[in-house]
Design a protein around this ligand. Structure first.
Ligand SMILES: Nc1ncnc2c1ncn2[C@@H]1O[C@H](COP(=O)(O)OP(=O)(O)O)[C@@H](O)[C@H]1O
Ligand SMILES: [Mg+2]
Length: 406
């Protein structure tokens, strides 16, 4: 090819690449599409044989494989690397590209990942994905079967592509997480409605089996008392005493049912006394519970209710699962809102096991997370077998939507 012809050809190829980058950047909100289109583009531009995109979720310290060229589709979602682990982990930690042309096995940064066919490839380039706001969002790894020297033009092209598509990936990720939140919210609403129905059925059954039956017995006792009165005042007296005992029982039962529905102490005395009453009912002398706060003025009532329900679930878990001796609940003002911490010195549990095998019937911890999410806050649960459990809730006070009664 003559030199001008080759130059024209290159200009044409560059124009096509540019068009494809523009297509990816403006393609919108489908994360899978954005990632796969990026992989297609990179493989073609560099004539490479495999490409993997590992993404870092905000707030996490692990990269998860989110897209891969074929035949590695099955590994998507399965390969997880900690920061610093493998070449991708190193690149994520140092925000710097890495090129390994040969003998990757002797490079201390290299980690063999059988699912990604590590032994088929010789040379590799790994480039960080950094968003316009300087957030590291992931790493792109490119491999070739034959040994290959990457030119500085190719590497700078890759870095440019990665920096351009980073914004598109970030948007798509944001959209995906909003869609997940929306779905969670719908699930939460459905479960809340179901829980209300179940609660109504429970209360109806409780009234029917409890107070109603007691009222019927009282009616019989009073009738018997009326009949005995003229002929046998002592028997009448006994019937009256029995009726009074039944009235006491019925009252206790009605009070307990009402308290379950809405703790009166929460309305009358506020969050901390309500939690104190709850803790002493739950634990009695079994464990010592300290409740500590620096908040003395009232909080919005829906926020108090939400914190009460979260603490209630957490204390129920401690009571049910932990065999703890000491429990502390701290509620404090933080610079941007409210911070609540429930800590126990009980048996603890393995969070990874819980996450991977959460039984469909366990809604306690996930319900707590949903409640906190609705308040625009954050829930952290820290636990290890035999090291106790800490549940932390941060709720920003400005974000608390006054109308939400959660
Ligand atoms: N404070 C705790 N101490 C020990 N284990 C806990 C504690 N809180 C939660 N767990 C563990 O986490 C699991 C999930 O809790 P949760 O979602 O509330 O469901 P459930 O209480 O219905 O089992 C529990 O089954 C238990 O194994
Ligand atoms: Mg529970």
């Amino acid at each position: 090819m003559t030199e001008p012809a080759a130059a024209l050809d290159r200009a044409d190829a560059e124009k096509r690449m540019l068009m494809r980058i523009i297509e990816i950047v403006s393609s919108g909100t489908d994360l899978e599409h954005v990632l796969n289109a990026t992989i297609g583009l990179v493989l073609e531009a560099i004539s490479a044989d495999a490409c993997f995109v590992h993404l870092l979720k905000e707030g996490e310290d692990r990269l998860t494989l989110r897209a891969a060229s074929e035949p590695y589709g099955d590994a998507v979602g399965e390969v997880v690397l900690h920061l610093g682990e493998g070449v991708a982990g190193w690149v994520a930690e140092h925000r710097e590209s890495v090129v390994i042309v040969s003998d990757k096995w002797s490079d201390p940064r290299y980690k063999y990942i059988p699912e990604l066919g590590g032994d088929r490839y010789t040379s590799l380039v790994s480039v960080p994905l950094i968003s316009p706001a300087e957030r590291l969002i992931g790493v792109v790894n490119i491999h070739t079967e034959q040994q290959r020297i990457f030119t500085s033009d190719e590497i700078s092209f890759l870095e440019h592509v990665c920096s351009l598509v980073s914004a598109a990936i970030e948007h798509a990720e944001l959209f995906e997480s909003l869609a997940v939140k929306e779905q969670q919210l719908q699930g939460f609403v459905a479960r809340t409605v179901q829980a209300q129905e179940d609660e109504r059925r429970r209360v109806a059954t409780e009234i029917h089996d409890g107070v109603t039956q007691q009222l019927i017995s009282i009616w019989y006792r009073l009738n018997a008392c009326e009949r005995s009165m003229p002929v046998d005042p002592a028997a009448a007296r006994a019937e009256l005493d029995a009726a009074k005992d039944l009235v006491d029982e019925a009252l206790d039962e009605a009070r307990a049912a009402i308290y379950d529905l809405r703790p009166a102490t929460l309305d009358d005395l506020g969050l901390v006394p309500a939690l104190q009453a709850l803790a002493s009912r739950l634990f009695g002398a079994e464990a010592s519970v300290a409740i500590d706060t620096d908040i003395h003025e009232g909080m919005p009532s829906h926020l108090e209710t939400a914190l009460y329900r979260i603490a209630q679930e957490s204390l129920n878990n401690t009571r049910k699962h932990a065999c703890a001796k000491n429990v502390t609940v701290a509620i404090r003002r933080s610079p941007d809102g409210i911070f609540m911490e429930i800590q126990d010195d009980g048996s603890g549990f393995d969070l990874d096991v819980y996450r991977s095998a959460r039984p469909q019937t366990s809604f306690g911890l996930s319900g707590m997370a949903e409640r906190v999410d609705l308040l625009g806050g954050r829930l952290d649960v820290r636990s290890r077998p035999s090291e106790g459990t800490i549940v932390e809730v941060h709720v920003p006070i400005d974000n608390v939507r006054e109308s939400d009664d959660v």
